[in-house]
Design a protein around this ligand. Structure first.
Ligand SMILES: NC(=O)c1ccc[n+]([C@@H]2O[C@H](COP(=O)([O-])OP(=O)(O)OC[C@H]3O[C@@H](n4cnc5c(N)ncnc54)[C@H](OP(=O)(O)O)[C@@H]3O)[C@@H](O)[C@H]2O)c1
Length: 303
C-alpha cells in the first residue's frame, strides 16, 4: 500500500530537501504551502497556514503519516514563536487525530529544546514537544532534535563556510565552545528511515553528524586550512559587541516589521558552550547513521 504523507514546511530549507527525497521514495505526498497553490509533478499542495484549521484538516485527510517540519526559526517576540511553533504544532496534531487515519507523527523539533532558558525559540520548541505528545492520543509521536543543520539552500550558515574557504573564520564569544552540525541530506535520510520502520517509536532523538563531541572553532579552522592548503585566520567577535549588534537588530525589526535572525536570544544560543549530543539512541532504533562530515561538505562545496 502506498503511504500518504502530509508534510508541513515543504517550502523551507529542510522541507525542500525532504520533498525531493520523499518523492524519490515513492510515497504519495501532500504538502502545506502559505503561498499560492503550486503545481509540481507528484505532489498535491494544500494552500494554507498552521493557523488555518480547515487547511490542516484537508492536509491530513486520509494521511497515515504526518511530518511536521514547518516552524518559526526567527522572530522578534515570544508570541511569534509560540503562535507558530506551539499553537501551530498542537493544531496540526489535533487535526491528525481527528482525521482518524494518522498512525505516526514526526515533529521536527531542535536540539535547542534541551535548553529552553536560552531563547524564545528554544522554549517554544520544548513546549511544542510537550503539547504535541499530550494531544496525540493513539498516534505514535517521534520527536527529532537536530542540531544546527546546513547544506545547499541554507542561508544562515553558508556565509560562515564561504568566508572559511576564503581563509577567514569569524567566531562568536567563547573560544572553547563546542558546536555540533548535521548535513541536511543526512537529516532527510533519518526521516526516510523513520518512515520505513514498521512501528514508529514514541521517542525523542537528538541528531548530529558522527562528530559526537562536536567541533571547536580551532578544529573547524584546521579542517578548512587543510582543504585550502593555506592558513585560516580566526577573528573573534567579542560577546559584548555581538550582543549590542543583536539589540540594534532587534530594535530595527520592530520598525521594519521583519523577523530578525540575530537577536539577543539568538546570541545566547550561538554562544552556548556545549551543543554536543549523541546519535546512539536513534542509531539503535532506526539504524540511521550520518555519512557527511564537515570536511567532506566543505571539500565538495556541499553547503
Ligand atoms: N535549520 C536548522 O538549523 C534547524 C535545526 C534544528 C531544527 N530545525 C527545525 O526544522 C524546521 C525547519 O527549519 P528550516 O531551517 O527549514 O526553516 P525555514 O527554511 O525557515 O522554513 C520554515 C518553513 O516553515 C513554514 N512556516 C513558517 N510559519 C508557518 C505558518 N504559520 N504556517 C505554515 N507554514 C509555516 C515556512 O513556510 P513559508 O515558505 O511560507 O515561509 C517554511 O516552509 C523548523 O521547525 C526548525 O525549528 C531547523
Amino acid at each position: 500500500m502506498v503511504r500518504i504523507v502530509a508534510l508541513t514546511g515543504a517550502t523551507g530549507f529542510i522541507g525542500g530537501v525532504l520533498v525531493r527525497r520523499l518523492l524519490e521514495s515513492g510515497v504519495r505526498l501532500r504538502a502545506l504551502s502559505r503561498s499560492q497553490a503550486r503545481c509540481a509533478e507528484g505532489i498535491e499542495w494544500v494552500q494554507g497556514a498552521l493557523e488555518d484549521g480547515d487547511a490542516l484538516a484537508r492536509l491530513v485527510a486520509g494521511a497515515d503519516t504526518v511530518i511536521h517540519c514547518a516552524g518559526a526559526v526567527r522572530g522578534n517576540s515570544p508570541e511569534h514563536f509560540n503562535r507558530i511553533n506551539i499553537d501551530g504544532s498542537r493544531r496540526l496534531v489535533e487535526a491528525a487525530r481527528r482525521s482518524g487515519s494518522c498512525e505516526r507523527f514526526l515533529l521536527m523539533s531542535s536540539l535547542a529544546a534541551r535548553h529552553p532558558d536560552l531563547s524564545w525559540y528554544a522554549a517554544s520548541k520544548l513546549e511544542a514537544e510537550r503539547q504535541v505528545k499530550q494531544a496525540a492520543g493513539d498516534i505514535a509521536v517521534t520527536v527529532f532534535r537536530p542540531t544546527a543543520v546546513y547544506g545547499p539552500g541554507d542561508r544562515e550558515m553558508r556565509p560562515l563556510f564561504e568566508w572559511l574557504l576564503r581563509g577567514w573564520l569569524f567566531t562568536l564569544g567563547q573560544s572553547n565552545a563546542r558546536l555540533t552540525l548535521l548535513h541536511v541530506e543526512d537529516l532527510a535520510r533519518a526521516v526516510l528511515q523513520w518512515l520505513m520502520v514498521p512501528v514508529a517509536p514514541s521517542a525523542t532523538y537528538e541528531l548530529n553528524d558522527c562528530q559526537r563531541d562536536g567541533y571547536d572553532w580551532r578544529g573547524i579552522a584546521a579542517i578548512a586550512a587543510e582543504i585550502r592548503n593555506a592558513p585560516v585566520r580566526q577573528i573573534v567577535i567579542p560577546a559584548p559587541l555581538l550582543k549590542a549588534l543583536a539589540q540594534v537588530n532587534l530594535s530595527i525589526s520592530y520598525l521594519t516589521r521583519r523577523a530578525p535572525m540575530l537577536t539577543p536570544a539568538k546570541v545566547c544560543e550561538l554562544t552556548h558552550p556545549d551543543w554536543s549530543c549523541s546519535n546512539d539512541p536513534i542509531q539503535a532504533a532506526l539504524g540511521w547513521e550520518p555519512r557527511i562530515l564537515l570536511g567532506r561538505a566543505l571539500q565538495e562545496h556541499w553547503f
